[in-house]
Design a protein around this ligand. Structure first.
Ligand SMILES: Cc1cc2nc3c(=O)[nH]c(=O)nc-3n(C[C@H](O)[C@H](O)[C@H](O)COP(=O)(O)OP(=O)(O)OC[C@H]3O[C@@H](n4cnc5c(N)ncnc54)[C@H](O)[C@@H]3O)c2cc1C
Length: 438
């Protein structure tokens, strides 16, 4: 067989690039198959312009290292981020797109853009290749190990394996199109918040306006007066992108019943874009400091928080998250609370019992797909209960799952073994040596 990759990564989002960059740095032959023509997934297509999970929720303790550090450093040198603000790393989207492509190119990763994985070739319980579909139809690419970072557990689904989806009633988290807004007069916003603490709240971090929250009193009033079309939200949340006067607004919310239905996606996307325009007009008209601001851009793909999850050798549970579980086969840490954007209850958080400076561990078994010898699942579609995914999905954590899948793949290829047979002590030693904080 010609052109067999060591590792094929399905989806070039935060989890996928974490896996691919780590593996390619270890001189593995790596391909990323990506259905869009851009790397970054929700970061760049969905305008999630903040990396959460590298620090605990309090922002006090760093809990993710390794490949995430390399991406953030490279982004800093491209002026795409000023680094940490509180507990997150805000960044600008185009610098992220360019940085990720440059890193891929430096690492000799083969990128397949506009290529959707639509089929899987197996022999017994081992995957041999993937069918990837583009303009000219479908072709096969072959690999030794496969890392599903599609966000939707597409490979498990294509293999007809059982998967998990939605909460216990099958209901998904709501989806969002964030938008970027420029020319915000920060001192005016701060002044307005001082005089109107019931209408707007601000967070100043290290002397800079980092977050703005338009509170329910003002939002509900505007909605009641038909000045604001935001059917599923009662507050607007904005954060600074690391450039003065530039903010991302995360306010739009739409229900998702079938994320695989293109017609439904079109309808909910255009509804979310109406909410973008209405939110912008509301901010410009009603909030001092926004009067000269303007829409820079918005996500080109609706940001799906949760869709389908694979079933692994372990299913990370809500109790694991809340009780700060520790595992013998730890491969990553996460300190993000459970954050649910619920169609009925709105946005709610459940914090870790250990407090906002604590974390839980993610076990290796939760990234090993059950019933397949050479398939990992990482990121948004990790083997997890609905509430556990609502915490573990953040992008710092996604990158660290990726680096674990990469080193595990390396050990599988070196020792000619299955994912289940990987020596945990050896894997953890490789991860620590690479900078992983476990
Ligand atoms: C509105 C919103 C706000 C959020 N806010 C934050 C935040 O502030 N900070 C934070 O850290 N996280 C945030 N999150 C969560 C985070 O963005 C996601 O959980 C994260 O992107 C997970 O990374 P991933 O690589 O697993 O998945 P994704 O980012 O979804 O990437 C999956 C990739 O796979 C590709 N793909 C899918 N199917 C196929 C296929 N069959 N073939 C080929 N390619 C395929 C997709 O095009 C995509 O590029 C937010 C999410 C949303 C939606």
């Amino acid at each position: 067989m010609e052109n067999v990759y060591d590792i094929i990564v399905i989806g070039g989002g935060p989890a996928g690039i974490g896996a691919a960059f780590t593996a390619a740095e270890q001189k593995m032959k790596v391909a990323i198959v990506e259905r869009h023509s851009i790397l970054g997934g929700n970061w760049t297509n969905g305008y999630v312009l903040s990396i959460l999970g590298v620090y605990t929720y309090s922002g006090k303790t760093k809990i993710v290292g390794g490949v995430a550090d390399k991406v953030i450093e490279r982004l800093k040198s491209a002026n795409g981020t000023g680094g940490k603000v509180g507990n997150f790393i805000p960044f600008r989207p185009d610098e992220m797109k360019i940085t990720l492509e440059q890193m891929s190119s430096d690492l000799n990763i083969d990128l397949f853009y506009n290529s959707l994985v639509t089929g899987v070739e197996t022999v017994g319980n081992t995957i041999k290749g993937l069918k990837i579909t583009g303009k000219n139809g479908t072709k096969l690419i072959y690999g030794k190990t496969f890392i599903d970072s599609s966000g939707d557990a597409d490979v498990a689904h294509l293999l007809s394996l059982n998967t998990l989806s939605g909460n216990d009633k099958g209901v998904h988290q709501e989806a969002t199109i964030p938008f970027r807004i420029g020319n915000v007069n920060e001192s005016k916003v701060i002044e307005f918040s001082k005089n109107n603490p019931n209408k707007i709240a601000v967070v100043i971090t290290e002397g800079r306006l980092s977050r703005i929250r338009i509170l329910p009193e003002l939002v509900e009033k505007a909605k009641n007066e038909h000045m604001l079309y935001l059917p599923h939200a009662n507050a607007e949340f904005l954060f600074n992108t690391s450039k003065a006067g530039e903010f991302v607004c995360n306010a739009t919310h739409v229900n998702v019943t079938d994320f695989s239905d293109g017609n439904e996606l079109a309808k909910i996307s255009s509804d979310a874009r109406m909410q973008v325009l209405s939110s912008l007009n509301f901010l410009v008209k009603e909030i001092p400091g926004f009067e000269n601001s303007y829409l820079i851009d918005s996500g080109s793909f609706i940001g799906l928080r949760e869709t389908r999850r694979a079933i692994g050798e372990y299913v990370l549970s809500k109790n694991d998250v809340l009780n700060n579980a520790k595992f013998y086969d730890v491969i990553a840490r996460c300190g993000h609370p459970i954050e649910v954007h619920d169609p009925d209850k709105g946005v709610y958080y459940i914090h870790l019992n250990g407090g906002d400076d604590s974390w839980y561990e993610i076990p290796y078994r939760a990234i090993v797909v059950k019933g397949v010898s050479n398939l990992f699942v990482i990121g948004r579609c990790i083997s997890s209960e609905f509430e556990a995914q609502a915490s573990a999905r953040v992008t710092g954590t996604a990158m660290s799952m990726g680096q674990a899948a990469a080193f595990a793949s390396m050990l599988m290829i070196k020792n000619n073994i299955s994912a289940k047979e990987v020596n945990i002590t050896e894997l953890q030693a490789l991860l620590r040596n690479y900078g992983a904080l476990i």
